[in-house]
Design a protein around this ligand. Structure first.
Ligand SMILES: O=C(O)CCC(=O)N[C@@H](CCC(=O)O)C(=O)O
Ligand SMILES: [Zn+2]
Length: 329
């Protein structure tokens, strides 16, 4: 199998499901799930996922470009790697999801839904990650990089979103995120149903959702915008040089979440408002019946505003800028 993405989009298992090459062994685990193991002992277990949302194709193209030389035996690999194309059915139809947003279902939340493709997929991905992390030696460093693109344009076109965690973040992980060209890092203030929350909470992985540009269909992406991220991933995978940090990321903390409860929900944020747009204290952001969402701090910055989400789901986040965090374990 030389082209993992083409096989996944085709929807059939590959004819050969594993191979031993001089420097590594690869194994096709299931649709969109591939494990790559170096011949030399590894000190890191790295999960790289993309396509959790089927219309976010740039990171899928980057990831496929990075693993193809491994499958062809043209590059060595340093860590044990689990490669995941998250929602193959949605990738085939260029939709964010077919019925339910997979990135709200992790941590067992899939059990709240009737049997459907996305609930089954979230369960399968949880199992795959659990097996992968538990099959290594106990002192492996665990990272999970979940690659996405945003629906809207952004004042920071490349940024990271870190799950809530009471543990301090390793300094080398934060440094890697800066070297990957991320202009901003956003910290959640509460647990959630995302893939990165799941890997961080259940397996103590250093996890981050990377947002790389704006969602475009396959073939329409300008991947040159993400050269630093691709080079930083090459550094992790093949041991190439980590790019220098061009600009230290700005840091933001979630201050409040806007949640849509039902049909009465109204979002007072224009469709063309960019991510990280600034709002002043007192500004009315959204309302639903008696519930009003108002800017609480002197200024807050909006992220992922979206009125078209299912009832009970996040319709936007409001952020405050904080001094840079530099932590170590
Ligand atoms: O642009 C948008 O509205 C959504 C982009 C996206 O898919 N973002 C992720 C963020 C996950 C996180 O909070 O870590 C998502 O909404 O699932
Ligand atoms: Zn996404």
């Amino acid at each position: 199998m030389h082209d993992f993405l083409a096989h996944t989009l085709h929807g059939e298992p590959p004819a050969i499901t594993q191979a031993r090459l001089p420097a590594l062994h690869w194994q096709w685990i299931d649709e969109g799930i591939l494990e790559i193991t170096p011949e030399q002992p590894a000190t890191m277990a790295l999960v790289i996922s993309a396509g959790i949302h089927g219309n976010e194709t740039a990171p899928v193209e980057i990831l496929n470009r990075l693993i193809t030389p491994l499958l062809q035996g043209d590059k060595p690999v340093l860590p044990r790697v689990l490669v995941i194309l998250g929602n193959p059915a949605a990738l085939r139809s260029n939709q964010r999801y077919t019925r339910i947003d997979v990135n709200r279902l992790f941590g067992g939340r899939w059990q709240q839904y009737d049997d459907c493709a996305e609930a089954r997929r979230a369960w399968r991905l949880e199992q795959a990650i659990e097996h992968f992390y538990h099959s290594g030696c106990c002192d492996e460093v665990r990272w999970h990089l979940d690659l996405h693109t945003a629906i809207r344009g952004s004042y920071h076109p490349r940024f990271g979103v870190l799950p809530y965690s009471a543990r301090p973040w390793p300094a080398d992980f934060l440094q890697w995120l800066g070297a990957a060209g991320l202009e901003a890092l956003v910290w959640h203030n509460a647990p959630g149903g995302t893939f990165t929350h799941f890997s961080c909470e259940h397996f103590a992985a250093s996890s981050c959702t990377l947002e790389l540009g704006k969602a475009q269909p396959f073939g329409s992406n300008d991947l040159s915008q993400f050269a630093a991220a691709e080079q930083a991933l090459s550094a992790l995978l093949y041991g190439e040089a980590l790019p220098a940090v061009a600009q230290q990321p700005r840091h933001y903390q979630v201050a409040q979440q806007i949640t849509r409860q039902g049909a009465q929900f109204q979002l007072h944020i224009d469709a063309d408002t960019l991510n990280f747009a600034r709002f002043s204290q007192g500004a009315l952001l959204a309302e639903e019946g008696e519930r009003r969402y108002v800017v609480q701090h002197a200024e807050e910055f909006v992220l992922f505003p979206n009125p078209n989400v299912a009832a009970g789901q996040r319709a936007g986040l409001m952020l405050v800028e904080t001094p840079p965090r530099s932590e170590t374990q």
